[in-house]
Write a new protein. Structure first.
Length: 748
């Protein structure tokens, strides 16, 4: 019997290209075309599988809040993984509590953390188990607990005490340096927003075996290899194109099973849930997101994991249990374990903001440097506990506060809302609104902008003109005119919300104005039991969408979500209580879901400055006016790889009466990458064909009515960069090509 097959080989170099040669005979048989995937999406929807898995885990929870492994007693290592997995699914730690005791997994870890992380019952670093302490640190950071005061321990200080600067290793007298120690400590410190020494990541890279793996207990282990990749990339010291990462990815390519998954050397199952979960974590950290077509054709890693889920929700083979299910969730969620906690998220956002700062200390709005925009950024840094006076663009000596000081007079006299916002920002930054930039902002508010006749600041019908001056005065320690509070209350609509303005173009109440009004009224002394506050809270309750967030113009918006959250926080609402959860997701989780892995928050798919600095205070649970306290010098952190870059993967083609081409890719969350395909028949003139974007791939069909040799060439370009196997372009600087050696249809 005569059959036909496709032969494909790939050549990769420092400059990467895609070229394809297809040879068709006069009697080519039909080959089924690759179906075009669905519309583009940033992640795989496993909500049903995740809910079933969490239901199984919840049923295993003991009265002490912990999760068992093989024995009935709770296990701290499994419970720590449970906290990580729960955070990765976008649910607060309080979501899973024992129905009788009410204790959570965090409660169990707080009670048992010392014995889990130390050789003896002592909190000194001399007895510390680095790997266990690193895992615990990652878990409590994901749960937004305080890592310097958890269960009677300062985990960050203790882990730093185990560091040997001469070698880069983390070890103690009782625990020698090892792959697991090094990887878990680096991951834990990164998850807590700590800077990891380059020598530490270099040491971990040096432990890599020649086959690309890292070892556990002396044996090459794909799970540990996945952990090491996540730790290295999460530290920000190692990029996905680093040789150590590429060598490990080559190992994963060579060891992937027909099921689409992976397994350790001792396993015989078609796939191992723990291993496959860790490998997906590594692939996503390296840019293969979603880890479906961007990594491998069906069956892909996600297919392998979902095929292992049993009827009761557990995920795994013959020995499926809570441990295997939790590490499977690491893969199904595709949420990097180093980017789960709010503190780390805020630090990455603030670092990204610092990179957008102008040399004069400002941030730009629509028409250039803008004091109002800069006030928003100042509030974000102050909400995180950092002194905005220490925030300067690279190479500049002019701070954000220097810029606001130089523009204070003009900005404060622009309108009432601007003056109020400036006073709010100056006081949050530790300044004095009575004497800033040569003016008394408080005097401007009360003398220039407040009208006793109208009992209003600025425009009486404008919510922002009332709310920001009230907040600014309260921040400055001044009383607010009772008339202004009454005016703001009178602007409340029948639905309980507030409009931006009562003018004809402001059609309806909105979450942004409502959240801002609630903050101002509560700050002015209006009781949270007052009907105006209750009505505003109910309005925001009614407007909360199914994601747990709030929308602007029909789409979930970080800006609207942030102001709504701040208003609710001011009103005393617990946003992690059942009343505010949507399918288990709190507003905090919904807001975090709109942040990209390298720091910025996205609005309509694009990095957005205004969204980012409005989101940070809400993410950290802060409402206006910000309470006083000491402010620290801001230090940047290493942000993760830009998920807006495109990561090209190997094209695939099927042949029949046409050439059906599928060009997979990863990342490109802002969906601005382009792929140009040119092709020719038998060395003739090159023609251009348009590719259609689909989920994780570009697709096209080329008619093949005539037999012959078809040469195809794909070119990738992306203003955010194009990541190849060993090259990432400078932003917008180059187009990377990847060439494939001839794809030939031959007789067998």
């Amino acid at each position: 019997m005569r059959t036909r097959s496709l032969v494909l080989s790939v050549t990769l170099g420092a400059v990467i290209a895609i070229g394809l040669t297809v040879v068709l005979g006069a009697q080519a048989v039909s080959v089924e075309a690759q179906p075009a995937p669905d519309a583009a999406a940033a992640a795989v929807d496993h909500s049903d599988e995740i809910s079933k898995a969490l239901g199984y885990i919840s049923a295993q929870q003991n009265e002490d809040g912990g999760i068992p492994w093989f024995a009935a007693d709770s296990d701290a290592g499994v419970t720590a993984r449970g906290v990580l997995a729960l955070a990765a699914t976008g649910r607060p730690a309080s979501w899973m509590a024992h129905p009788t005791s009410g204790k959570t997994m965090v409660d169990f870890l707080a009670a048992n953390g010392v014995t889990y992380t130390h050789e003896v019952t002592a909190t000194t670093s001399a007895y510390l188990k680095p790997a266990e302490a690193g895992l615990l640190l990652a878990a409590i950071s994901a749960a937004n607990e305080d890592p310097i005061s958890f269960g009677g321990m300062d985990l960050i200080a203790q882990l730093n005490d185990t560091y040997n600067p001469a070698t880069g290793a983390y070890s103690t007298t009782y625990r020698a340096a090892s792959d697991l120690n090094q990887a878990w400590v680096i991951l834990g410190l990164s998850a807590a927003g700590q800077s990891v020494p380059v020598t530490a990541t270099t040491y971990l890279e040096g432990l890599q075996a020649t086959d690309g793996t890292w070892a556990a207990y002396g044996m090459s282990d794909p799970d540990t290899t996945g952990l090491a990749i996540v730790a290295l990339i999460g530290s920000g010291n190692v990029q996905p194109t680093d040789p150590s990462i590429q060598k490990a990815l080559d190992y994963f390519r060579g060891s992937q099973l027909p099921s689409g998954g992976w397994r350790p050397w001792w396993d015989t199952d078609p796939a191992n849930a723990n291993t496959t979960g860790w490998v997906i974590q590594a692939l996503v950290a390296a840019g293969y997101t979603p880890a479906t077509e961007s990594w491998a054709a069906s069956p892909n890693p996600h297919d392998a994991l979902t095929s292992l889920q049993q009827a009761d929700g557990r995920i795994g083979g013959a020995y499926a249990n809570a441990h295997s299910t939790l590490e499977a969730l690491f893969g199904l969620t595709e949420q990097p374990l180093y980017f789960l906690g709010r503190e780390h998220r805020a630090l990455c956002a603030l670092t990204w903001m610092n990179e957008q700062q102008n040399a004069d200390g400002s941030w730009s709005g629509w028409s250039g440097p803008d004091p109002g925009v800069t006030c928003g950024a100042v509030l974000a840094y102050a909400a995180a506990g950092y002194d905005p006076g220490t925030v300067m663009a690279a190479g500049s000596v002019t701070s954000a506060m220097d810029y606001l000081s130089s523009t204070a007079s003009i900005f404060a006299n622009k309108d009432a809302a601007s003056a109020g916002k400036l006073a709010l920002a100056v006081e949050a930054a530790g300044g004095d609104a009575h004497d800033f930039g040569g003016i008394d902002i408080v005097y401007v508010l009360t003398d220039t902008w407040y009208s006793p006749t109208l009992s209003a600041f600025g425009v009486p019908t404008n919510t922002y003109d009332q709310a920001f001056p009230i907040l600014g005065l309260i921040a400055a320690g001044e009383a607010t005119p009772i008339g202004a509070t009454q005016t703001l209350t009178s602007l409340q609509q029948l639905d309980g919300g507030w409009k931006y303005d009562l003018g004809p173009w402001s059609f309806s109440s909105d979450p942004d104005s409502s959240g801002l009004a609630l903050q101002a009224l509560v700050a002015a002394g209006v009781s949270t039991t007052d009907p105006s506050i209750g009505g505003g809270v109910q309005y925001l309750k009614d407007q909360q969408n199914t994601y747990g967030s709030w929308s602007s113009w029909g789409s979930p918006s970080p800006n609207s979500t942030a102001y709504a959250m701040q208003g609710l926080l001011a009103a005393g609402e617990d946003l992690e209580s059942a009343a505010w959860l949507k399918d288990g997701h709190s507003p905090y989780d919904a807001l975090a879901a709109m942040q990209k892995g390298d720091g910025p928050f996205a609005l309509y798919g694009d990095d957005n400055g205004l969204a980012t600095w409005q989101a940070v205070p809400a993410l950290l649970g802060q409402s206006y006016p910000l309470t006083g306290g000491s402010l620290a010098t801001f230090q940047v952190v290493n942000r993760g790889p830009d998920p807006d870059r495109i990561v090209p993967a190997t094209p695939r083609a099927s042949l029949g009466s046409s050439v059906d081409l599928l060009v997979p890719f990863g990342s490109d969350l802002d969906q601005d990458a382009m792929v140009t395909l040119t092709w020719r028949l038998d060395g003739g003139a090159w023609q251009t064909t348009t590719l259609q974007r689909a989920e994780g791939a570009f697709t096209t069909t080329i008619p093949t009515h005539d037999p012959g040799v078809y040469d195809l060439r794909a070119t990738f370009s992306d203003a955010d960069g194009v990541q190849g196997d060993s090259v990432v372009t400078a932003t917008g600087a180059l187009t990377i090509h990847r060439y494939l050696l001839p794809l030939v249809l031959k007789d067998d």
